[in-house]
Design a protein around this ligand. Structure first.
Ligand SMILES: Cc1ncc(COP(=O)(O)O)c(C=O)c1O
Length: 398
């Protein structure tokens, strides 16, 4: 017998971040001072009232729950979404999964046929194209530009649509750029979306993490007339520092929610019961801890953006949300370090790790060569030390 893995796995490209992460661990193990700016999760502890609710739930929730989630969680999601998006949903239009990544995976399974095109604006979160490809879909990557705030324009969207277009995946605020669509951008984009007949996925997992009074609005609020083909993806991971709890959800047309329920019923069944109770406490409970985290992120964002812009050869657009800065490092390309020329962002990432002990993720990983992603979900002390080390390393470049 020939031992072979399925072709869908064999064709998956290895993650470019892995090389940097692995090298960072090696350097740290060898006693070097390595500062990680790669993480995609808040560095805060889950707020205590959420932990209390989970402890309490431990004493009584040991059985399976409904596949799509417990009633109180579906109702809490419904109410929270109405507050944030001003569009009412029925609980039959909500399905909870094991994190928003699992939600997106389930959606990919129920929506895409082999050969279907899925429009993904770049820079993109790495899982979007990977999931589309897993189900035989074809990612149609559409470049966006720093000068346009990394926002997809209606004309770029129109040019990308084809008879094979099955869906588009939007993300605002975005991982990796932190860029968010303003109300007027969404209104303009909705005009182009209305001309098509494909699914619209809007990933709003960072929707609560916006700064400087940015008016965060959902595409759903701006274009409620699109709701028959619009699916909102959200979860507790980023807002409530609950990445490990694995609770995410979709607000979708009832038929889509039912289809996700059906496939999930053949895989994970329900998301962990205790985590669901914790998520109810997150959505219904005191929001002061969220405000405190947002204030801390806002302060770090200021420091990181100003610090990066003060370095010769690096420039950084001010991100509206999430916890990522996305510096442009094209000004460093062609310069040399220890006899080696920095040819691209991958080389810059490697050099920053080796020379400055700072681990950043190269933009190439997100379909955006010439940039690096720098997470500020780390302490102010790490940010200040990291910026000083990067500044010193750049000053030595030939
Ligand atoms: C844009 C985006 N969407 C979805 C997710 C998935 O979040 P989770 O599966 O933790 O709910 C992430 C996490 O990194 C993300 O950055």
């Amino acid at each position: 017998m020939t031992f072979e893995l399925a072709s869908r796995v064999r064709s998956m490209p290895p993650s470019a971040t892995l090389a940097i992460t692995q090298r960072a661990s090696e350097l740290a193990a060898a006693g070097h001072d390595v500062i990680g700016f790669g993480v995609g999760q808040p560095d805060f502890v889950t707020p205590s009232h959420i932990l209390d609710a989970a402890r309490e739930a431990l004493t009584r929730s040991s059985g399976y729950t409904a596949v799509r989630g417990i009633g109180p969680l579906l109702e809490a999601i419904r109410d929270e979404s109405l507050r944030r998006r001003r569009v009412a949903h029925d609980t039959s239009e909500i399905v909870v999964s094991v994190g928003a990544k699992h939600t997106l995976f389930n959606l990919a399974m129920v929506l895409y046929e082999p050969g279907d095109e899925v429009i993904i604006p770049a820079p993109y979160w790495v899982s979007y194209p990977a999931q589309v490809e897993l189900f035989g879909g074809v990612p149609k990557i559409v470049e966006t530009h720093e000068a346009d705030g990394f926002r997809l324009s209606p004309d770029a969207l129109r040019a990308a649509v084809s008879p094979r277009t099955k869906a588009i995946i939007l993300c605002s605020p975005s991982n990796p750029t932190g860029a968010a669509y303003r109300r007027e951008d969404l209104e303009a984009l909705a005009g182009a979306l209305r001309e098509g007949d494909y699914w619209i996925l809007t990933d709003e997992i960072y929707g609560e993490l916006v700064y400087d009074g940015f008016d965060q609005v959902s595409l759903l609020e701006v274009a409620p007339d699109l709701r028959d083909r619009l699916i909102v993806v959200d979860g507790v991971s980023k807002t409530y520092a609950m990445t490990g709890w694995r609770i995410g959800w979709a607000l979708a047309p009832a038929a889509v929610a039912k289809a996700v329920d059906k496939v999930q019923g053949q895989s994970t069944t329900n998301p962990t019961a205790v985590a669901q109770h914790a998520a109810v406490a997150a959505l219904r409970g005191d929001k002061a801890p969220v405000a405190a985290m947002v204030a801390a992120f806002a302060e770090r964002r200021r420091a990181i953006v100003d610090g990066l812009n003060a370095i010769d050869g690096i420039s950084c657009r001010e991100p509206e949300g999430a916890f990522y800065a996305f510096p442009n490092v094209t000004g460093l390309l062609g310069r040399s370090a220890g006899g080696q020329v920095l040819t691209d962002d991958l080389a810059v990432g490697k050099w920053l790790l080796e020379t400055a002990g700072c681990a950043l993720v190269p933009g190439t990983e997100f379909g955006a060569p010439g940039f690096l992603r720098m997470s500020y979900a780390t302490s102010m002390d790490n940010i200040e030390r990291g910026l000083a080390k990067i500044r010193a390393a750049v000053a030595e470049l030939g």
